[in-house]
Design a binder for this molecule. Structure first.
Ligand code: PMP
Length: 394
């Protein structure tokens, strides 16, 4: 066999990076063991039947051929209107590319922003695909560590120091996976200033923008001068429980979107028309529909924080968005990975080790708020009791 290009073999750096816990939980489930899975960021509900009806009607109506590669005009317009209404920034169809999910958007945005081999900055802890995505796009992925004690917020001085060594882009994600942290305006302004001063693209992953529990979400594209250097990644996976439909978008300056259409022509060749019609229908259901999808996570987050407040060993990272909580378990003396493996073995509860999301989250756990309230509360009570025992024997 001829060589497989390093472009592909270099995507993953090897090692299980803490994902062993997840795979073990899946194997246990396949063997019929009842595992409480607080691992993956996927709703415990399925896509609303009304959206599926719209999808079915569109397919039956004949929208099964090649669709317009940048996205159908009505959906591009609807996304542009949505972004303009939410941010106040002038946005037209020409600023929107429809993509098969946020993940494809992340990849394409880095291809757009990063000439081959240039440094692409991202913040640790990070959504698990980030470093591989940046490398797949041909960039050199550079993680910028943060500290639990700072609520995992990026330190602008550290970002500036990394940018000073030369970089093409900075990727941020607020509301954040895995931490649930929503970046304050001051942080976003400082990061925007760095992008302007150092001439970087800002790639802003906003796929959790409908899941904000306190304060408001500021899209950095709305900051002065940033519309020309920001690529916003959007998705209907989280906002509309449409993870499997693979539908999202990139919003950015017109010339970047025009160039990205060339990339789409040579990669995805667009998104299925019936999925786009269903997405348009879903967006037309309005904000009350989106709030209904988000509500269980707010409720469960409050319930888990009540459990955490009743003990001293496990600390929750202060957060205000997304469908996760990050727990600091360093008082137990265990790594996130050891804690998660033991918890799975002894109590059949699966959580993600912080180490799965980068070095900065070592000694932490990410809990996805994706099971029914009672079961979640019981699992977190068990987790805390387990932590207390581990701390005594530490
Ligand atoms: N960004 C973040 C931060 C995510 O958590 C996810 C999915 N878990 C994505 C992007 C990609 O989502 P999708 O491709 O389903 O739109």
């Amino acid at each position: 066999m001829p060589e497989i290009s390093p472009r592909l073999t270099g995507i993953n750096e090897g090692g299980d990076d803490g994902w062993g816990v997840f795979y073990k939980a899946r194997r246990m489930k396949a063997d019929g063991i009842d595992v409480t899975e607080l691992t993956i960021g996927e709703h415990d509900i399925r896509t609303d039947p009304a959206i599926l009806d719209a999808m079915h009607a569109a397919a039956r109506g004949g929208h099964t051929g090649y669709a317009m590669i940048p996205g159908v005009a009505a959906l591009r317009q609807r996304v542009a209107d949505r972004i303009r209404n939410r941010t106040g920034v002038a946005t037209t169809q020409a600023n929107v590319l429809i993509t098969p999910g946020g993940q494809a958007g992340l990849f394409a945005a880095h291809v757009a922003a990063c000439p081959p081999g240039r440094r692409a900055l991202y913040i640790d802890p990070y959504y698990a695909t980030y470093p591989g995505t940046l490398r797949a796009a041909g960039a050199q992925a550079v993680a910028i560590p943060t500290r639990s004690e700072d609520g995992f917020l990026p330190d602008p001085a550290a970002v500036d120091a990394a940018a000073a060594q030369g970089a093409a882009s900075l990727l941020i994600n607020s509301p954040n996976n895995p931490t649930g942290v929503v970046y304050p305006d001051t942080t976003l302004r400082a990061l925007a200033d760095i992008c302007t001063d150092r001439d970087l693209w800002l790639i802003s992953d906003e796929v959790y923008d409908t899941q904000v529990w306190q304060g408001t979400h500021l899209s950095p594209r709305a900051l002065p001068g940033m519309a020309d250097r920001t690529l916003v990644i959007g998705s209907m996976s989280k906002s509309h429980a449409m993870t499997g439909s693979r539908i999202g978008w990139i919003v950015g300056p017109e010339p970047a979107i025009a160039a990205l259409i060339d990339l789409a022509t040579t990669t995805t060749y667009g998104v299925p028309g019936f999925i786009q019609d269903a997405a348009l229908f879903a967006l037309d259901q309005g904000t009350a529909f989106e709030a209904r999808i988000a509500e269980p996570f707010r409720r469960r987050r409050d319930a888990v924080l009540d459990v955490i407040a009743r003990q001293q060993i496990v600390r929750a990272i202060p957060s205000s968005g997304a469908m996760y909580l990050m727990l600091d378990i360093r008082a137990t003396g265990l790594s996130g990975q050891d804690f998660a493996l033991h918890l799975l073995d002894s109590h059949r509860i699966a959580v993600m080790p912080g180490e799965s999301f980068g070095r900065s989250a070592a000694g932490h756990l990410r809990v996805a708020l994706t099971v029914a309230d009672d079961r979640l509360v019981q699992a977190v009570e068990t987790l805390c009791a387990f932590a207390a025992k581990a701390a005594i024997s530490a």
